[in-house]
Design a protein around this ligand. Structure first.
Ligand code: 5GP
Length: 145
């Protein structure tokens, strides 16, 4: 069952943390990493993950790391709102495949929502890397100075 199981140290987000896979990073400190979703459901769709917790989901993560991830989610949400001026911002987190989880390292989605634009299909359409790079520059400047 995908809700309960062993943490796979070779999952894609673990590789990103170790620098073995690329990402469009927008924020990093010693505890968390935030980067753009490669298959965004809206313009600016970002992900926040813990760097020091081998947790598949919210059931497994310790409360200290969860608090750090949550604080970073707020930081990223504020930066997205300031930079992109969406009409709303959605925070989502899935646990287990039946709940929509596809990558088994805990992560929070921060998804700007724009008037008149529906939510894109989950993990379906790969973004143009040139666009992601431009967005990364704007957001990381705001988040990391
Ligand atoms: P989940 O379905 O587990 O809640 O979310 C996983 C998210 O990771 C999806 O939104 C998907 O688009 C995104 N994703 C999957 N593989 C990669 C990748 O290699 N890089 C990045 N940046 N995002 C990914």
């Amino acid at each position: 069952m995908s809700l309960i199981g062993q943490y796979d140290t070779d999952n894609i987000f673990a590789k990103i943390i170790r620098g073995e896979a690329p990402c469009f990073k927008i924020y990093e400190d010693e505890d968390v990493l935030a980067f753009l979703d490669l298959f965004p459901q809206s313009y600016g769709h970002s992900l926040v993950i813990p760097k020091r917790a081998a947790a598949r989901n919210i059931l497994e993560i310790d409360s200290d790391n969860l608090a750090k991830v949550t604080a970073a989610v707020q930081k990223v949400a504020r930066a997205l709102v300031d930079e992109l001026q969406p009409a709303g911002v959605q925070v989502a987190q899935f646990n287990g495949a039946p709940a929509g989880q596809t990558v088994f390292h805990l992560h929070m989605h921060v998804i700007p929502r724009f008037d008149g634009e529906g939510l894109g299909i989950h993990a379906a359409n790969k973004a143009d890397p040139v666009e992601l790079e431009k967005l990364q520059a704007r957001l990381s400047k705001r988040l990391q100075g």
